[in-house]
Write a protein that binds this ligand. Structure first.
Ligand SMILES: Cc1cc2nc3c(=O)[nH]c(=O)nc-3n(C[C@H](O)[C@H](O)[C@H](O)COP(=O)(O)OP(=O)(O)OC[C@H]3O[C@@H](n4cnc5c(N)ncnc54)[C@H](O)[C@@H]3O)c2cc1C
Length: 267
């Protein structure tokens, strides 16, 4: 019996991009924005003209979960440095607090791990524009900033959710709600682990298995910058406690808020 979704013909699709190739990137979080940025950057360096459509329905300018991909918001020193090597320096509008140490709390005591030169090279950021109750937006979204870099490089931002994927004559094609399928030369999927769209690829992409995921709790508390400075300073606090079901907890100081993350079974 003929499959309703014929397997891709790699030869016909052509694994190499060339001038005029069209690329779709599904998901404009950090992975999608970095992929778009570095693909366009690489293409410009070898003088080929690649078109990138970056599909992202979320507007990172909006506060609250609507405009936020939610995470602890810590950018490690190595990541900050790797980006700097690529000429990407996080602006002060995005970095709410420089972090210079991790304080590790266990059942038998606490230990402080400082950065080697006590420099505040770890960045604490918000992924969106701030929590639900924010009165005045003082800092910019990390995801919004990275997406801006991709757009400046030449990506076309499409504010739509992709809800269909299929193969047409060996080429991948995607569809947004109410739209018709559009074929591309290459599709990059960067939708994170929570997107329903991942189910689309099961059975359509050989060998694809959706990632396993567990629940986390994440919340912002407004303490004010003075209180944060006094009690937490520029340290991220990590808790590895022997408590049932709790695997990991962290308190991350930002500008006026702290982010609390809990990870474990059935939280
Ligand atoms: C509780 C918690 C705390 C964390 N803390 C940290 C931390 O402190 N530091 C750190 O470095 N990492 C942290 N992480 C990990 C970090 O969140 C991920 O590594 C990162 O978000 C992955 O980026 P991404 O772009 O792959 O996916 P995401 O950030 O999930 O972005 C995916 C994007 O795809 C879009 N999308 C989804 N479906 C579709 C669709 N159908 N069509 C179009 N777009 C779609 C979404 O709107 C979203 O913008 C944490 C994670 C959790 C759960």
């Amino acid at each position: 019996m003929d499959s309703p979704h014929p397997r891709p013909d790699r030869k016909a699709a052509g694994p190499e991009l060339e001038s005029g190739s069209h690329v779709a990137v599904i998901g404009g979080g950090p992975a999608g924005s970095f992929f778009s940025y570095f693909l366009l950057d690489g293409a410009q360096r070898i003088d080929i003209d690649v078109h990138v459509d970056l599909f992202e329905p979320r507007d990172f300018v909006l506060p609250a979960p609507l405009g936020c991909n939610m995470c602890g918001g810590i950018m490690s020193e190595s990541l900050v440095q790797m980006l700097a090597v690529e000429g990407i320096n996080l602006p002060s509008t995005v970095v709410q607090r420089g972090i210079d140490s991790y304080v590790l709390h266990t059942d038998i005591g606490s230990a402080r791990i400082d950065t080697p030169l006590h420099e505040k090279r770890i960045a604490a950021v918000h992924r969106g524009s701030g929590p639900r109750d924010i009165k005045k937006i003082k800092w910019a979204s990390l995801d919004g900033y990275l997406q801006g870099l991709a757009v400046e490089k030449g990506a076309r931002l499409v504010r739509e959710r992709v809800d269909g994927f299929s193969w047409q004559d060996g080429r991948p094609q995607i569809k947004t709600r109410g739209g018709s399928p559009v074929a591309y030369d290459f599709v990059a999927v960067a939708v994170g682990v929570n997107s329903g769209v991942l189910k689309l690829f099961q059975g359509l992409v050989p060998g694809y298995q959706p990632p396993r995921a567990t629940k986390t709790f994440i919340c912002e508390f407004q303490l004010g910058s003075e209180t944060i400075e006094r009690y937490l300073g520029s340290s991220m606090h990590v808790f590895l406690l022997n408590m049932p079901r709790l695997e990991f907890a962290a308190i991350i100081p930002k500008g006026d808020y702290v982010t609390v993350c809990l990870l474990g079974d059935d939280l």
